[in-house]
Design a protein around this ligand. Sequence first.
Ligand SMILES: Nc1ncnc2c1ncn2[C@@H]1O[C@H](COP(=O)(O)OP(=O)(O)OP(=O)(O)O)[C@@H](O)[C@H]1O
Length: 584
Amino acid sequence: MAQTPDQAMELKETGRKILAYGKPHWKKFAGAFLLFTAGAAVEPVIPALFKKLIDSGFKEGLNYPLWLVPIVIIGLFLVRGLFNFAGNYAMTDSVSSVVLSLRRDLMRGLLRADASLFTLISPGVAVTKIINDPQFASQTLGNVVISVIKDSMTLVFLLGYLLYLNWQLTLLSFVSMPLLGFLLKRVQKRLQHVGQAQYESQQRLVNTVDDNARAWRVVRTFDAADFELARFDKEAHVLRRMVLKTMATSSLITPMTQVVAAIGVSIIITLAIHQASQGSTTVGEFVSFITALLMTISPMRHLTDVYQPVTGALITARGAFDLINAPVEPDNGTLEMPISRGDIAFDNVKVHYEGAAAPSLNGFKLHIEPGQTVALVGSSGAGKTTVVNTLLRFANPSEGHILLDGTPIEDLKLASLRRHFAVVSQDIVLFDGSVAQNVAYASPLGIDRAKVEQCLRAANLWNHVSTMAQGMDTGIGTNGSMMSGGQRQRLAIARALYRDAAVWIFDEATSALDSESEAVVQRSIEDLRHAKTLILIAHRLSTIKNADVICVMSEGRIVEQGTHAELMALGGIYAGMVRIQSAD
Ligand SMILES: Nc1ncnc2c1ncn2[C@@H]1O[C@H](COP(=O)(O)OP(=O)(O)OP(=O)(O)O)[C@@H](O)[C@H]1O
């Protein structure tokens, strides 16, 4: 897989974006920089001290107390250590601030993303992108910055000292630099494309784990543990191979640098020995020069070692930025609608999902008056849920309009539109919290416990909740995993009832209920009739026969419409469906 120029550009762009996140914290970064610089400035003092000690100690006799030697050496290391500690602290402080802002923006990206995003990424990948990736990328880049500051400063000071000691020899050390630059460029290119492959492989592995955590019951029922393990192993091996490739490529850098550096150093040492043998340098000068020269190798090597982590971090950050840059749900409406009567009109609406063979709604026409109860029935795939999705603007029509109280819904702000609906959908999703927190979910006024109880009673769940260890404050586990299917459904109904909406939508809301619970919920729904606009979607026709209007849908449009009695009298599709169900 070759790295395209575009991808290379994107990495630079990613780098710029991360820098923009660091900008507000520049003072802290600058503080860290100064502290590391001060730490690095201590480095050449060490060889300089050796020169002083050796020259004066060996040639001129001691002209300072001997106890000063350990004090000064220990003191120097202590000062360097303190500067480095403070620098690390300041750096971590700044990096964690960057992680915080990045995570918040990623989360915002997820919350605002268009519905299409959720057909592309799994929950596991979203978690990785928001939780792990910013930490990994920022931490790695932070460490690299620390190492670059420390090492380049150390190098600058050491080089300064070397130039001061012997500028001709020092300049010679630059001879091998172009060769090193050329080799490093080639390695970097390879690192970029192996790193990208490693990132993609990791995402696939996350997807596999995500599937197994969500569908664990299915996996066990199908006795598919071995099958899943084999699937996991296959991808885990691919990832392992990619990690090895990355490491092998980046490990080339160290020996390459060392050999190239050795060429330069060997020339310089030879010349230095030659100069010393001519008596043009003192022993102290010679030892000091060689010590400082050898001390440059370690920071030089560290500096060339930053390619791999930087590339890896940028590739990871680029993946995370995908989430920030994901297409945002269009919200171009400008109108607010504080109160709604619940008057809904569909005017020749056509919806064609991307990639679907046929439109899911095709010339859909319906007027629902305030307080009316409308039932949508029809075979699976007829487009019933799409009506709801379009009404809430999770899907957008390519033709036609939907009006709420006479206003086209696309003219309303999304939040202003959606606040008028309470929906119990087919797939029940609950939050990891208590019963009360789930019922009063995101309520701006906090939890009204009396109202929570009233809604739980209406949903026929109060009897169960009152027996739970902490009543309505009992936790229900991830996605309500500690409740039965019917209890989860009733909790979702209570959540919808709690919301003071103008339009209530129940999409197969009682399908998992036993007949007693269904009767209670049915009565609660009956109580709402006329006070609210109700849209009921059900396969079990007995649950909707009291509706004011029953719409029979087929292939995205209404093919029969009327009351139960009218449709029975018509003797069409609806009457046929009723006959089949009563025969069951
Ligand atoms: N996100 C999507 N992308 C592509 N096609 C979709 C999408 N969602 C639904 N569809 C298709 O649109 C059609 C109508 O689906 P819809 O969910 O509205 O049917 P339904 O009448 O509610 O069915 P059911 O009674 O089984 O719930 C189906 O053929 C379905 O495959």
